[in-house]
Design a protein around this ligand. Sequence first.
Ligand code: ADP
Length: 274
Amino acid sequence: GEALAVSARVAPLGSRLVLLLVEDLTEARRIEAVRRDFVANVSHELKTPTGALSLLSEAVLDASDDQEAVERFAGRMQIEATRLTNLVQELIDLSRVQNDDPLEDAEPVRVDELVAEAIDRCRQQAGSKQITMASGGAADLRIWGNRGQLAAALGNLVENAVNYSPARTRVGIAARRVVVTGGDEIEIAVTDQGIGISETDRERVFERFYRVDPARSRATGGTGLGLAIVKHVAASHGGEVTVWSSEGQGSTFTLRLPEAGSARDRDRPSGGPL
Ligand code: ADP
């Protein structure tokens, strides 16, 4: 309606301008729809743990003379509270990566430190599932970027690899330099021997709140925001994240990011490290 009315008014100005205006309106509507979906999704995701917490606290009050029931309900309250905390933290992370220009505080970031940090973050969970973590190739490599955001991105990939893998499997983190025209890049591949991702799901896992199996993801404390954060960090650094997977055999998520000190960042107007 609106778009047509506008196009009728400007029609004499030429069809190219009309087309541009219509495209603009369509894009504005698309952004608005995405924003509405996002708010609806957040509300829904918040309702699950808050609803459970309120029911459980009532149950605790009702069962106050049954010590065993109180303990059971309190345990479940703790799980729901953790879920809520994770969700809020990831929402904060997502809004941060969407709003801040990561290259404002860009610096050379050592890949071996990022890898060590990511492994550290999952050590406990990997240990309890007897998952072996191995890494290689990271020595002497540096990425040009925002340390906090890069750590969050790699941390999310390694966390997922551990989360979506059965016990006694292996998670590998391999880094290397890739020579490309316009500046070298650093590639970090996170490989697991987990459940894998089907071809249709592979296209969607980077969407906010998309989960292949919501029940399983919730059980591991997943929010559905991790890969959306990874994708945003990669893109805003001028890189990308891709996934390869074979169902039932495992997945590899590959991050490609600009190398510190390569031609591309020297060419930046603000000047990179030399
Ligand atoms: P979540 O918090 O649910 O892990 P993510 O955005 O990190 O959210 O991932 C989205 C979905 O992609 C997950 O719910 C899971 O279904 C799938 N996924 C992510 N990483 C892997 C992996 N390494 N192996 C299998 N499935 C994965």
